[in-house]
Design a protein around this ligand. Structure first.
Ligand SMILES: Nc1nc2c(c(=O)[nH]1)N[C@H]1C(S)=C(S)[C@@H](COP(=O)(O)OP(=O)(O)OC[C@H]3O[C@@H](n4cnc5c(=O)[nH]c(N)nc54)[C@H](O)[C@@H]3O)O[C@H]1N2
Ligand SMILES: Nc1nc2c(c(=O)[nH]1)N[C@H]1C(S)=C(S)[C@@H](COP(=O)(O)OP(=O)(O)OC[C@H]3O[C@@H](n4cnc5c(=O)[nH]c(N)nc54)[C@H](O)[C@@H]3O)O[C@H]1N2
Ligand code: SF4
Ligand SMILES: [Mo]
Length: 728
C-alpha cells in the first residue's frame, strides 16, 4: 500500500525487524528510495503507532555507509580484505569448503545462527537448507545464550518446545515478572509492542504488577512493588512460592496435569525460611507473593533473560509454569496462555526430548538439534576425530555474545575455512575467509514466523520488500546458493535456487497433508510468497482448514490483521506422552538435587549480571550514530557502598575465572550491593565500523565463563558470575 505525497515522497508500510515487538512502521521514502521518515503505523491493530528509537533509526541502519555491499574475501597470509564478485565468492567457497569436509568428515563443519535469524524470512525458511546441506551435528545458535531453558522446560512439560506460554498481558489482574526489563528491551518471548503501555494499562484497571530484579530498572519503577533478588536465585524464590501454595492449601489446578505429588515432594526442601537468605527476599514476602498469586482473579508469572541465562535457568522456567498451573492460571484468559499463530510451521508428532546425541568434547546433550554455544570454542580447539575445522556464521557475532568470548575469538583463528553472512566486518566475521552481505532490511519481505507464536494477542502481518534489490541477491538466495556451494554444486543454469528449495518444501508439505492436487491454488509473486500462502492456508485460520486466511488476506490488510485475543488451547496443544501437562519431568527433578545442594553455599562477595539498553541491539547497532551516547554506553553499574568498601574510583579492574577487563564505573543506588552490571555486545576497539570504534566499550563476555552452564539446557550463564574488583 503506497501513498504518494506532493513532494514525490512515498509512504509505505512494513514490520520493524529489529526486536521482538514486531511494531508496524510507516516509512517515507524519497524518489531515490532513501528513508526520510519512520513513524509508528497507527492503524496496526497490535502496535497502534508505537515506535522506539531503534525503529526510528531503521533507515540510518540500512543506509550505514560502513555496511558491506559486495562480498569480501580475506587473504590469509596478509589479512588484507578485497571486494569480490558474487561468482568469485561462491566459487571460492565451493572449492574450499567441500575440500575441508572431504578431508576431515562431515562433523568437521559447523554452523552458528545468530539472533536476527529469528526475525527474517531468510533465517526462518532458508537457514534450514544450510542445515540439511551440512548434515553435521555441530549446529549452534544464539538460542543457547538466550531462551533454550524456556524451550526445554516447555518441551518437557507440554511436549513441544515451541509451545511456550506467555502472560495474557492485556487481561491479567496480577503479573509477577522476573528478570525482564521490557521498558528497555520491549519484551522477549512475549511479543507485545508497547509493552510499557500494556503495563500501565494493567495497573490502571486495578491490576497489580510486581518486578523481581537485582536492579531497580525503569520497569521496576513502573511496578506496584519491586523486590531485589540475589542473582541466580530465582529458582529458590519460586520453589518457596510453590512450597507455600501446597502448605497453605492454595492450589487450584484447572488443567489435566500429572506429577503434582512429585512437585509437592520436591518443594518440601524449600520452605520460605530456607530460601530467604539465598534470595535476599524475606520469608514473609515469599508467603505473601504466593497468597497474592492464589487470590488474584487471574495472574501470570513471567520470567525472561535475567533468569534464563543463569545457573538454574531451566528449573526457573519450569517453576514459572508450575506456579501458573498450580494457581489455575495456565491456559485461561488473564493467566499464562498460548498464542495461536497463523502460519503453520514445523508439525511435530513426537514428545520433545533432549540428549538424542551428545557433543564430542564435553559430552553435552543436544537440545532442539543444537549443541550449547558454550562448547563451540573447545570443539574448534580440541584435536581429534570430529574437530570443527570449517564454520559458517549467519547473522551472529558470537565473539561478543557467547561466554568466554576471548577464547572463542582465539579459536576462530584456528579454523581452516570460515564463511559469514553479515552486513558487517565485525569481531566475529573478521575471522572469515569470505563475508557475504545480505541486502538491507527494507529490501526483504517480512513475516514473523517465530515471534507471532509468542504474541499476547493473535495477529498476522506480511510486508513485501519496499526497496528493489537492484543487482544484489536476496538473503534467501545467498543462503540457497551457499547451501549449493558447500555441497560442491552450482546453481543449475536458468534455475532460481530459491525456487528449487521452495518447490521441494511445497511438494513435501502438500504430500504429507494429502493435498498435492492443490498446488495450483497457491498464489504469490514468487515461490517464497507461495510457500507463505501455503503455510497460512494450512494454519489454524487457513482457507484449507475451514477458515479463510491466505496470503491475499494479508496483502489486503497491510496494517496487519487482528486475529483476536488469546484463547484456551489445551489439551489439543499438548504433545506429551501422557496427554497431560507433565509437571514433574524426570530430567528436571534430577536437577533439583543440584539446586538443593547449592542452597547453603556461601555466596560470592560480588557477582556480575548484564543489562540491556534501549538504544542498542545486542552487538550490532553501535555504528548508528543517532543511537549512541547518553545511557547507551558501556559502563559498570555498581552500588556506591561497594565502591567505598572496595576503595574504587572511576575505573576498576574486574576479574573472573575466565578473564579480566578494565571498566569505567557508574555508581548507582539502583543496583543491589554485591552485584555489578555490564551490558553485553560492546568491545569494538578493532572494528572497521567507524562509529562503533569510537564508542568501543569492552566485551562483557571476556568475563563470562563457558564452563558454567545450565545443565538441562546447556544454556550459557551470564548472570551471577563471581568477580573481584580492584582499583585500576
Ligand atoms: N533495546 C534493546 N532491546 C532488545 C535487545 C537489546 O539488546 N536492546 N535485545 C533483544 C534480545 S536478543 C532479547 S533476548 C531481549 C531480552 O529482553 P529482557 O529479558 O527484557 O532483557 P533485559 O532488558 O536484559 O532484562 C533482563 C533483566 O534481568 C535482570 N537480571 C539479571 N540477573 C538476574 C537474576 O538472576 N534474576 C532476576 N530476577 N533478574 C536478573 C537484569 O538486571 C535485567 O534488568 O531483548 C531484546 N530487545
Ligand atoms: N553477557 C551476555 N551475553 C549475551 C546476552 C546477555 O544478556 N549477556 N544475551 C544473549 C542473547 S539474548 C542473544 S539473542 C545473543 C545474540 O547473539 P548473536 O546473535 O550472536 O549476536 P548479535 O549481536 O545479535 O549479532 C547479530 C549479527 O547479525 C548481523 N545482522 C543483522 N541483521 C542481519 C540480517 O538481516 N541478516 C544477516 N545475515 N545478518 C544480520 C549483525 O550485523 C550482527 O553481526 O547474545 C547473547 N549474549
Ligand atoms: S520496539 Fe522493537 S519492533 Fe518496535 S520499533 Fe522498536 S525496535 Fe522496532
Ligand atoms: Mo536474545
Amino acid at each position: 500500500m503506497t501513498s504518494v505525497t506532493t513532494d514525490g515522497h512515498r509512504k509505505l508500510l512494513r514490520t520493524c525487524p529489529l526486536c521482538e515487538a514486531v511494531c508496524g512502521l510507516e516509512i517515507t521514502l524519497d524518489d531515490r528510495d532513501r528513508v526520510v521518515g519512520v513513524r509508528g503505523d497507527r492503524e496496526d491493530p497490535l502496535s497502534r503507532g508505537f515506535l522506539c528509537p531503534k525503529g526510528a533509526s531503521l533507515g540510518r541502519a540500512d543506509e550505514d555507509p560502513d555496511r558491506l555491499r559486495t562480498p569480501m574475501i580475506r587473504d590469509r597470509a596478509t589479512d588484507i580484505w578485497r571486494a569480490a564478485s558474487w561468482e568469485e565468492a561462491f566459487d571460492l567457497i565451493g572449492e574450499r569448503f567441500p575440500a575441508v569436509v572431504a578431508e576431515y568428515g562431515r562433523q568437521s563443519a559447523a554452523l552458528y545462527l545468530g539472533n536476527p535469524n529469528a526475525h527474517t524470512i531468510a533465517g526462518m525458511l532458508y537457514a534450514p537448507v544450510l542445515i540439511r546441506a551440512l548434515s553435521t551435528r555441530n549446529l549452534y545458535s544464539a538460542s543457547t545464550a538466550d531462551q533454550m531453558p524456556k524451550q526445554v522446560a516447555s518441551g518437557l512439560m507440554f511436549g513441544d518446545p515451541l509451545t511456550v506460554a506467555v502472560p495474557d498481558l492485556n487481561r491479567t489482574d496480577y503479573l509477577l515478572m522476573l528478570g525482564a526489563n521490557p521498558l528497555e528491551s520491549n519484551g522477549s518471548l512475549c511479543t507485545a509492542p508497547d509493552f510499557p503501555g500494556r503495563l500501565k494499562a494493567l495497573r490502571k484497571r486495578g491490576g497489580r504488577f510486581v518486578v523481581v530484579d537485582p536492579r531497580r530498572t525503569r520497569t521496576a519503577k513502573l511496578a506496584d512493588e519491586h523486590l531485589f533478588i540475589r542473582p541466580g536465585s530465582d529458582a529458590y524464590l519460586l520453589f518457596g512460592i510453590v512450597h507455600t501454595l501446597f502448605a497453605e492449601g492454595l492450589t487450584a489446578v484447572a488443567v489435566e496435569a500429572s506429577g503434582i505429588e512429585e512437585v509437592r515432594a520436591a518443594a518440601a526442601a524449600f520452605p520460605p525460611e530456607a530460601v530467604a537468605e539465598r534470595t535476599g527476599i524475606a520469608a514473609e514476602t515469599v508467603v505473601r507473593l504466593a497468597r497474592e498469586l492464589a487470590a488474584a482473579p487471574t495472574a501470570a508469572v513471567y520470567a525472561r533473560i535475567g533468569t534464563c541465562t543463569a545457573e538454574f535457568g531451566t528449573l526457573t522456567q519450569w517453576l514459572v509454569d508450575v506456579i501458573n498451573v498450580l494457581t489455575g492460571n495456565l491456559d485461561r484468559p488473564g493467566g499464562a496462555m498460548f498464542a495461536t499463530a497463523a502460519a503453520q510451521g514445523i508439525v511435530r508428532t513426537r514428545p520433545f526430548r533432549t540428549g538424542r546425541w551428545t557433543s564430542r568434547v564435553r559430552e553435552l546433550p543436544e537440545a532442539m538439534g543444537e549443541f550449547p554455544v558454550a562448547t563451540l570454542a573447545e570443539e574448534i580447539r580440541t584435536p581429534g576425530e570430529g574437530q570443527v575445522r570449517a564454520l559458517i556464521t549467519v547473522a551472529g557475532n558470537p565473539v561478543l555474545s557467547a561466554p568466554s568470548g576471548a577464547r572463542l575469538d582465539a579459536a576462530l583463528g584456528n579454523l581452516e575455512f570460515m564463511v559469514s553472512v553479515d552486513h558487517y566486518r565485525n569481531e566475529t566475521t573478521r575471522h572469515a575467509d569470505v563475508i557475504l552481505p545480505p541486502p538491507g532490511s527494507l529490501q526483504a519481505a517480512h513475516y514473523d514466523f517465530a515471534l507471532l507464536q509468542f504474541a499476547v494477542h493473535n495477529y498476522a502481518r506480511y510486508s513485501r520488500p519496499l526497496v528493489p534489490l537492484g543487482d544484489r541477491p536476496s538473503e534467501p538466495e545467498i543462503l540457497a546458493r551457499l547451501a549449493l556451494a558447500i555441497s560442491g554444486q552450482s546453481a543449475e543454469p536458468g534455475r532460481d535456487p530459491v525456487e528449487t528449495v521452495d518447490e521441494l518444501v511445497i511438494a513435501g508439505t502438500l504430500h504429507r497433508a494429502g493435498m498435492l492436487e492443490r498446488r495450483g491454488e497457491l498464489q504469490g509473486d514468487n515461490s517464497t510468497e507461495q510457500r507463505i500462502d501455503m503455510m497460512l492456508r494450512l494454519g489454524p485460520y487457513g482457507e484449507w482448514r475451514g477458515g479463510s486466511l491466505n496470503l491475499r488476506t494479508l496483502l489486503d490488510n497491510p496494517h496487519g490483521l487482528d486475529l483476536g485475543p488469546l484463547r484456551p488451547r489445551l489439551p489439543e496443544a499438548l504433545l506429551t506422552a501422557s496427554g497431560t501437562v507433565e509437571l514433574a519431568p524426570p530430567e528436571l527433578l534430577a536437577d533439583v538435587d543440584r539446586l538443593r545442594a547449592k542452597l547453603d553455599e556461601t555466596a560470592p562477595d560480588v557477582v556480575l549480571i548484564g543489562r540491556r539498553q534501549l538504544r542498542s541491539n545486542n552487538s550490532w547497532m553501535h555504528n548508528v550514530s543517532a543511537l549512541i551516547g547518553g545511557s547507551n554506553t558501556c559502563t559498570l553499574h555498581i552500588h556506591p557502598d561497594d565502591m567505598a568498601r572496595l576503595g574504587l574510583d572511576d575505573r576498576a579492574v574486574i576479574k573472573s575465572a575466565a578473564g579480566s577487563l578494565t571498566v569505567p564505573l557508574e555508581p548507582t543506588e539502583e543496583i543491589m550491593p554485591g552485584v555489578v552490571s555490564l551490558p553485553h555486545g560492546w568491545g569494538h576497539a578493532d572494528t572497521p565500523q567507524s562509529v562503533a570504534r569510537e564508542h568501543a566499550g569492552v566485551n562483557a563476555n571476556v568475563l563470562t565463563d563457558d564452563s558454567m552452564i545450565d545443565i538441562p539446557s546447556g544454556n550459557a550463564v551470564f548472570n551471577g558470575v563471581p568477580v573481584t574488583l580492584s582499583p585500576a
